[in-house]
Structures are given as structure tokens and as C-alpha cells.
Design a protein around this ligand. Structure first.
Ligand code: BV8
Ligand code: ZN
Length: 250
């Protein structure tokens, strides 16, 4: 794989890295993306399912969709791209991983400093009293789970369209994007805000932006270097180049 001299010299000395990941990094684990041809949205429309109004109108349909995705996520495993990021975290002093994914695969791969911008499908909470509920059971007989404490309706702990991101999480991600020397955007179509604004913020603060994606995206023209292809193949190669450069630099 050829990388630019600029990236090669950055690999030698960089100590502050920020990463943004999207559904594409989990594709090789078998988790469908949103906007690809086989994507989840191909069949359904985001506003039909990933919004609080949709949930209030059709909680059974929204729960059926999330329950289906939760079952898939329980069966899949992190892939080499997730593990490459776990390795990358050990190579530098300051590492932040901001993910739009709700599939928990970064934590399961061993990443430590993970900011879940859009929540986590394995967590749920009561709309009325806010109680966190870990193991929600949804069955054809019981399509809508209710809170055992107050009887309120329980929802997935994910950020829907029109909803604010969890308190403080986006601020931490923005600070990391502002201070990093090197920013990776991996497996995201970069159409959903405010997450998609992070690479732009990093760029404005002088970071070198590297994109890894199957296809060009909305931000390909503002990144410094794009690697087109599978994250599970490209990322491990990039990290091993970085390790070699840092060994030689010692
Ligand atoms: C908010 C829920 C403040 C959980 C999701 C008009 C203009 C700009 C913005 C807006 C607008 N109108 C509304 C907005 C705001 C809106 C938004 O951005 N809309 C977009 C669609 C225009 N944003 C919001 O509402 C956010 N909140 O703004 O709050 C506010 C509050 C109140 C009032 C006003 C404002 C909340 C956004 C969060 C929405 N929730 N998910 C869930 O069910 O998952 S979004 C959903 O899309 C997921 O979270 C997903 O992560 C995210 C982004 O998608 P990607 O991860 O990028 O996935 P995608 O399939 O698109 O792309 C995958 C890429 O990977 C592809 O490019 C593919 O080529 C590549 N790939 C595939 N395989 C591989 C690969 N790459 C490498 N290797 C592979 N193997
Ligand atoms: Zn409750």
C-alpha cells in the first residue's frame, strides 16, 4: 500500500489522534450499513423509524426493528478494523474514538476511550422515569416493553433524528477533533450531523485528515488522503506501517 510522505512522517511522531467511525466499519462483521445498496434505509426511511414521533406512533414497529438489529449484533463479532483501532489506541498518548455506531463493537474489541455519539442499542430507558433498563425482552406477544417501576414505555437508548446527542459527548468529541494532529474518518458517508462536522473541525484546526471508505463521500474533497476499500483490510495495514515507522524512529 502506498501512503504519502506526509502521512509517513506523521506516523513517526504523532501523539494525538481522533477517529470518527460509522456503519461501514462494522460492515465486515455482518452488520448492515444504512445507505449502501443493501443498507437498512434501502428498505425503510430513517424518519419512519429512527425518530421519537415514529416511536410514539408505532412503538411496536420501531421495537421490532431495533430488536431485530439487537439480535444481529449479539451474533456478530468485531472485525480486523475494530481490532486495528484498539492497537492504534496503545501507540499514542492522546486517542479518542467517536463512533456513530450503536453496535457496541468498539468496546467489545477492547477500545477504551470510545464516545458513543448516537447511543448504544444494548441499553434502553423508560421514557417517563428515565430508569435505565439493561435486558429488555420484546416478543410477538409482548411487543412494547413497559417500565416495571412506573409503567412508562421503554425505548432504545439511541439518538434519533431531531434529538440532541447525549450530554457532553459531542463536546468531548469536538475537543478531541480540535486538538488532534491526525484525524481518521472511517466507514461513514458523512451525511449525518453534527457527527459529520467533526472532520471539518479537525481540518480547521490544522489536523491531517485521512478517510477510509468503500466509496467517495460528502467530505472526500476536504480530506488530505482517501483510501478506498474495506476498512478491515486497509486499517490493519496502515497501523502496521505506523508501527514500523515508530520503531525505526526510536
Ligand atoms: C441533531 C440512530 C440537534 C440510531 C441515527 C438538514 C441539514 C443538516 C442536518 C440536518 C438537516 N435536517 C436535520 C438535520 C439534523 C440531522 C441530520 O443530520 N440529518 C441528515 C440525514 C441530513 N441530525 C440529527 O437529527 C441529529 N440530532 O441534529 O440534534 C437538534 C436537535 C433538535 C432539533 C434540531 C437539531 C441526530 C442524528 C442521529 C440520528 N440517528 N441513528 C440507529 O438507529 O442507528 S443516524 C444513522 O446514520 C446512524 O447513527 C449512522 O451511524 C449514521 C450515519 O450513517 P453512517 O454511519 O455514515 O452509515 P452509512 O450507511 O450512511 O455509510 C456507511 C459508509 O461505509 C458508506 O459510505 C459505505 O460506502 C462505507 N462502507 C461500507 N462497507 C465498508 C465501508 N467502508 C469501509 N469498509 C467497509 N467494509
Ligand atoms: Zn419508568
Amino acid at each position: 500500500m502506498t501512503i504519502s510522505n506526509k502521512l509517513r512522517s506523521l506516523f513517526k511522531s504523532v501523539e494525538s489522534i481522533c477517529v470518527l467511525t460509522g456503519a461501514g466499519i462494522s460492515a465486515e462483521s455482518g452488520v448492515a450499513t444504512f445507505r449502501g445498496t443493501d443498507g437498512l434505509w434501502a428498505k425503510l426511511k430513517p424518519e419512519e423509524l429512527a425518530s421519537f414521533d415514529a416511536f410514539l406512533k408505532n412503538p411496536d414497529i420501531v421495537w421490532e426493528w431495533y430488536n431485530h438489529r439487537r439480535q444481529i449484533i449479539q451474533e456478530v463479532k468485531p472485525n480486523p478494523a475494530h481490532f486495528a483501532l484498539t492497537k492504534l489506541e496503545t501507540l499514542v498518548k492522546d486517542f479518542t474514538l467517536a463512533t456513530q455506531n450503536i453496535d457496541n463493537l468498539h468496546f467489545r474489541a477492547g477500545s477504551k476511550n470510545v464516545l458513543e455519539l448516537h447511543g448504544n442499542i444494548e441499553r434502553s430507558y423508560c421514557v417517563d422515569c428515565g430508569r435505565i433498563v439493561a435486558d429488555v425482552i420484546v416478543t410477538p406477544e409482548k411487543k412494547i416493553p413497559h417500565c416495571s417501576h412506573c409503567g412508562g414505555i421503554i425505548r432504545p437508548d439511541v439518538v434519533w433524528f431531531g434529538e440532541m446527542l447525549p450530554d457532553g459527548v459531542f463536546e468531548k468529541a469536538t475537543n478531541a477533533a480540535q486538538r488532534c494532529e491526525l484525524f481518521f474518518t472511517i466507514g461513514t458517508s458523512a451525511v449525518v450531523y453534527p457527527a459529520a462536522g467533526l472532520p471539518l473541525t479537525a481540518r480547521e484546526h490544522g489536523a491531517y485528515i485521512v478517510e477510509i471508505n468503500m466509496e467517495r463521500t460528502e467530505i472526500s474533497n476536504i480530506v488530505n488522503e482517501t483510501f478506498l476499500g474495506k476498512a478491515g483490510e486497509i486499517l490493519p495495514e496502515l497501523i502496521s506501517i505506523m508501527e514500523q515507522e515508530r520503531r525505526q524512529a526510536v
